[in-house]
Design a protein. Structure first.
Length: 198
């Protein structure tokens, strides 16, 4: 049995493009022209396990729909993907918060994100620095855990590279170093050759 995918978009052409692609890849596709119709579908016992939502729709938008779906408490939770032209840092954080059970934005991170926005960097892509072991920010909860809150403790602007980094949990962005740095084993022998590089 193929995976059922719900496409939610108020633009018929966009819905048709998604339907054609996903059907061609072997998925069973259901479509809804708005958030209210999608909400009815999600309340059914046979609700799809994956949804592709437009963020901006008249009536119930994708963010509100995502929040409502998460409030159902259904296990396993459906995967939700937002399709949007929204690119402000605050929008991306709002989307993350609707997808996780919650988001905790530390005051320092909130202040920095607001400052980046005020400086004109609010439309930059966001890189989330987090553990590779888990969808959450907790490396002790491997894989795709349920019932987690993402803690955004800090943010940094990489203006030259063209993105904003938000730091989730206790992640370090520099690789760990060994107890004895490799530089301590590098030397030049009596014949002038460099030794101890590897």
């Amino acid at each position: 049995m193929s995976l059922r995918v719900l496409i939610v978009d108020d633009e018929p052409i966009v819905r048709r493009l998604h339907e054609t692609s996903l059907t061609g890849w072997g998925y069973q596709v259901i479509s809804a022209s708005g958030g209210e119709q999608a909400w009815e579908i999600f309340q059914r016992p046979d609700a799809p396990s994956l949804a592709i939502l437009d963020w901006t729709m008249p009536g119930m938008d994708g963010l509100e729909l995502c929040t409502r779906v998460r409030s159902l408490g259904r296990e396993p939770k459906p995967y939700i993907i937002f399709v949007t032209a929204k690119a402000r840092t605050q929008d991306i954080v709002a989307g993350l918060s609707a997808g996780a059970d919650g988001i905790a934005l530390a005051p320092a991170a909130a202040a920095k994100l607001a400052r980046f926005e005020a400086l004109g960097f609010g439309r930059l892509p966001v890189c989330v620095a987090k553990t590779q072991n888990s969808l959450s920010d907790d490396p002790k909860r491997p894989g795709r855990p349920r019932g987690f809150t993402v803690t955004i403790r800090d943010a940094a602007l990489s203006a030259g590279a063209g993105f904003v980094v938000v730091y989730a949990g206790d992640i370090l962005t520099m690789p760990g170093l060994p107890k004895v740095p490799g530089a301590e084993t590098i030397d030049i022998d009596a014949t002038g050759n460099v030794v101890g590089l590897f």
